[in-house]
Design a protein around this ligand. Structure first.
Ligand code: NAP
Length: 504
């Protein structure tokens, strides 16, 4: 691990060996609490490194610094900010292999996926710089409203919100943090990042990257520490002007209850259902289901989490999905096994509880239900009924239930009964019917003949119900992190031109 990190120039400033510091005012510091959080590799339980467990006082200092540097960042031209994001993107690409390696170690993500998460983030930075330069405002005459004339006119443009607090989850620690940092900075905000504790090391490198790219000290800051200890203090701090959060629905619902009167963007959990109609292309469908359900061992918000097949194809589809699932590689993330460790042994226990409940209630086990350390074998359960927990709860692990349905109407009803509403999928050759079903599904996005997924990053991405609040996606995130500013011009008589109307 240390060999990989040493390939990144100047990384010694941010660490003593593998003990990482936090980043404020352009300097790397140790917490005066003397406390650290040990990050263990979920695959083999080896210590990957430590990060600082910062105190409430340090959280206050970090936020104050971000507030003090708002003006300095706002003075930069949009073009300058875009150039900085472009430089940051270039550095990410250069360091992608080493950063991906670090991420693989700390969260057990397959190495190739971890590296592509870094390059995807660099592309997101580039696209955000481009989109930020396209921002526009509008001017409106008053005379469209009764009683007003052209002498009153509004000019509307967008201004940054201020200090944006960015909190991300463990499963995409670099990309989901980056997808908040880039629009926040591009729009002229300053930033405080609180990374997930398990997955804190890779996002710490944003400090090095952005400093080298030209972000002035204090504009971008990172504080580490347990969400349960400093989270509430951070989100409620009066100098935080917006909270952009991605994580579980449980934490999101808690934040919604404590944040108070400030903009809050929540991207939360999901229970994405794949409705498979009788005329679906089953090869394509099975490939999408297996890759959607089991990439990164199912630890994705948009993983396929339920399959609702129609009677005409259910047996054939389930057989195909089983065959493809049995071929998945299982083991070491460094060797790119698709199925690797879950993030913690507690998470494995939770997933096992879902399996046990389904089997106790007469679900049919097709494969899996085996565990070694934190690795859980991909598990398929057929004949799942709506009294089973797995029909409704988000497992965040490699387990996929089949709920056999008799009609599109029944599938829509089961899909919509979920407390979640992130994405839905319809597999069919009948695009007219797919379009009509799509309109009924209470989710942010419906995928027709494709697996649920977040990208490409310029698409709007959102959840309804317990899946979220507000919309991410490059231009949508810039919009969420800015507000309209209106200047109304009231023209007086003294500048009036004398015009003769030809009809007078
Ligand atoms: P989590 O437990 O909710 O943690 C997410 C983040 O919140 C972490 O940084 C955590 O810090 C922090 N946190 C915890 N308590 C907090 C508090 N009181 N105040 C402020 N921050 C607090 O979620 P996770 O287990 O990391 O991620 C998995 C979940 O995220 C799944 O439900 C998944 O569906 C969802 N997710 C959603 C999307 C989406 O875009 N919709 C994308 C990816 C993941 P600590 O790590 O220090 O506890």
């Amino acid at each position: 691990m240390i060999d990989e990190i040493e390939k990144i120039p100047n990384s010694l400033v941010m660490r003593d060996e593998l003990n990482f510091k936090y980043y404020v005012s352009g300097t790397w510091k140790k917490s005066s609490s003397g406390n650290t959080i040990i990050i263990k590799n979920p695959f083999n339980d080896e210590t990957v490194g430590t990060v600082q467990a910062c105190s409430i006082e340090e959280a206050d200092q970090v936020i104050t610094v971000a507030k003090e540097n708002l003006e300095c960042w706002g003075d930069k031209t949009q073009r300058e900010r875009a150039d900085i994001l472009m430089k940051a993107a270039k550095l990410m690409k250069e360091w992608a292999n080493s950063l991906g390696y670090v991420m693989m170690k700390e969260i057990g993500k397959p190495l190739k996926s971890a590296i592509s998460e870094i390059t995807r983030t660099s592309e997101l930075f580039e696209a955000t710089a481009e989109a930020g330069l396209q921002q526009e405002g509008e001017a409106i005459y008053g005379d469209a409203f009764k009683g007003f004339s052209k002498d009153k006119m509004s000019m509307t443009y967008r201004v940054p919100l201020g200090v944006i607090l960015c909190i991300g989850p463990f499963n995409y620690p670099f990309n989901l943090t980056g997808s908040k940092i880039a629009p926040a900075l591009m729009a002229g905000n300053t930033v405080v990042v609180k990374p997930p504790s398990q997955g804190a090391i890779s996002p710490l490198f944003f400090g090095l990257i952005l400093e080298k790219a030209g972000v002035p000290p204090g504009v971008f800051n990172i504080i580490t520490g347990k969400g349960s200890e400093i989270g509430d203090y951070l989100v409620q701090h009066p100098l935080i002007n917006m909270v952009s959060f991605t994580g579980s629905s449980k934490t999101g619902q808690h934040l919604a209850s404590v944040v108070g009167m400030k903009p809050l963007l929540l991207e939360l959990g999901g229970k994405d259902a794949a409705i498979v109609l009788n005329d679906a292309n089953l090869e394509l469908t099975a490939d999408a289901i297996v890759s959607g359900a089991f990439s990164y061992s199912g630890q994705r918000c948009t993983a396929v989490k339920r399959v609702l097949p129609m009677p005409g194809i259910a047996d054939k589809l389930i057989e195909l999905v089983k065959k493809k699932t049995m071929n998945l590689s299982i083991g070491d993330p460094e060797k790119n096994a698709t199925i690797g460790p879950l993030i913690s042994s507690e998470q494995c226990d939770f997933v096992q509880g879902l399996i046990d409940d389904a089997l106790k209630k007469d679900g049919t086990l097709l494969c899996g239900n085996k565990r070694e350390g934190n690795i859980m074998w991909p598990t398929l359960i057929d004949n799942v009924t709506t009294d089973m927990r797995i029909a409704w709860e988000e497992p965040f692990g490699p387990i996929l239930p089949f709920i056999r349905t008799h009609s599109a109407e029944e599938a829509i009803e089961i899909s919509n009964k979920s407390e979640y509403g992130l994405q839905g999928m319809i597999f069919t050759e009948n695009i007219d019917l797919a379009f009509n079903i799509a309109q009924e599904l209470e989710v942010g996005t419906v995928q027709i003949n494709g697996k649920s997924e977040r990208g490409p990053d310029h698409f709007p991405f959102l959840g309804t119900k317990s899946s979220g609040l507000g919309t991410q996606g490059i231009k949508y995130s810039i919009e969420a992190m800015t507000r309209p500013k209106v200047i109304a011009l009231n023209l007086s008589e003294k500048g009036k031109l004398v015009k003769l109307c030809k009809y007078d």
